[in-house]
Design a protein around this ligand. Structure first.
Ligand code: NAP
Ligand code: NAG
Ligand code: NAG
Length: 319
């Protein structure tokens, strides 16, 4: 009897240790880079990983622009970040990634009022059901397409800088993603269906877009001083599951308390890609735990990445 109890306890301890060293592994950004005089945009910087990233960049002296959809939530975050960093160079600018018009007017205002851009962090994201203002599936529209347009519109300003970077939040979930161009053509979405597993699958597809976007962007940036990276931040306790069903929340809550990284830990790989010196030769690559990682064949498929870029240009009216 006691032997069995001991064996089970050992098994649980072993499983816990294994998970802590794999799925829930922690790493820290080791760079001491100073950001004084530099400007960073962080989409969705009002909560979660984005807010923790913004705080650290503000502490390092950057001018930080929180590009958020909700004025009230964003201004509350500006207040917190100013207080906790001691920096007053933290500002809110309205951006709703679920509206291409909003992306355009954000870029226009930014280019008119801000003389430089050193860091663009495409952080905002959601797991939810619904459509964007332009009729795209909301995850494809916000997680990929809005960020695609934003990046393209800001590239001229990024290129003017010395060594600017674009960091895009993807996810390990990209490994379950697929890009079905026929579906995208006919339904303006990469996934369909109302069930939560279906919009989780649409989430995975959008996160695969983030990896392929970064892969193609790096090629297009060759010969410039701009580099780009994509990130799996770890499994992090944030508001990302706010639109999940009740039973999923009941399931996620206790596990998240036990295992998940907090937002500050979840910001470390983004910070690594934003700050670490000499990673420029790794432009286009995928990072987690503050280190570059290999991705599967479909996440570095040149032809699909190129096609996704061209389709995205068409869908956003850039081409
Ligand atoms: N948490 C994880 O375990 C995990 C794992 C892998 C990848 N990620 C990625 O990490 C990134 C950050 O997520 P998080 O976990 O920090 O989630 P979060 O706490 O839910 O924060 C997401 C942010 O995105 C913003 N956002 C959503 N829709 C937007 C829109 N239409 N326009 C502008 N901003 C919008 C939200 O703004 P509101 O507050 O106004 O809604 C919020 O600021 C996401 O790209 C996510 O896919 C997270
Ligand atoms: C890149 O930066 C270096 C050093 O600041 C500069 O000399 C060079 O002209 C830049 N190249 C481009 C293409 O802007
Ligand atoms: C997700 O949940 C939030 C907060 O509960 C809500 O405001 C939002 O409308 C929901 N749906 C989407 C698509 O964001």
């Amino acid at each position: 009897m006691w032997a069995a109890v001991a064996a089970v306890a050992a098994l649980i301890a072993g499983a816990y240790a294994l998970l802590q060293n794999t799925l829930f592994k922690r790493a820290r950004c080791a760079s001491n880079a100073d950001m004084t005089g530099k400007t960073a945009i962080i989409t969705g910087g009002n909560t979660g990983i984005g807010k923790a990233t913004a705080l650290e960049l503000a502490r390092r002296g950057a001018r930080v622009i929180l590009a958020c959809r909700n004025k009230q939530r964003a201004e509350a975050a500006v207040h917190d970040i100013r207080r906790d960093s001691g920096s007053s160079a933290v500002v809110f600018m309205q951006l709703d990634l679920a509206s291409l018009q909003s992306v355009r007017s954000f870029a226009e205002t930014f280019l008119k009022t801000e003389p430089r851009l050193d860091l663009l962090i495409n952080n905002a994201g959601l797991v939810a059901d619904g459509r964007t203002e332009d009729g795209f599936g909301i995850e494809f529209g916000v997680n990929h397409l809005g960020h695609f347009l934003l990046t393209c519109l800001l590239l001229p300003r990024l290129k003017e800088g010395g060594a600017s970077r674009v960091v895009t939040l993807s996810s390990l979930a990209h490994i379950w993603g697929r890009i079905d161009f026929d579906n995208l053509n006919s339904k303006r979405d990469l996934g369909t269906g109302k069930y939560s597993w279906q919009f989780f699958s649409a989430y995975c597809n959008s996160k695969l877009c983030n990896v392929l976007f970064t892969h193609e962007l790096a090629k297009r940036l060759q010969g410039t001083n701009v580099t780009c990276y994509c990130v799996h931040p770890g499994v992090v306790r944030t508001e990302l599951s706010r639109n999940c069903s009740l039973w999923q929340k009941v399931f996620i809550k206790p596990i998240s308390k036990l295992f998940f990284l907090d937002a500050e830990e979840g910001a470390q790989t983004t910070l690594h890609c934003a700050l670490q010196e000499s990673i420029e030769p790794l432009s286009g690559r995928y990072f987690s735990c503050c280190a570059v990682q290999e991705v599967g064949a479909k996440a570095r498929d040149d032809a699909v990445a190129k096609k996704l870029w061209e389709v995205s240009e068409r869908l956003t009216g850039l081409a």
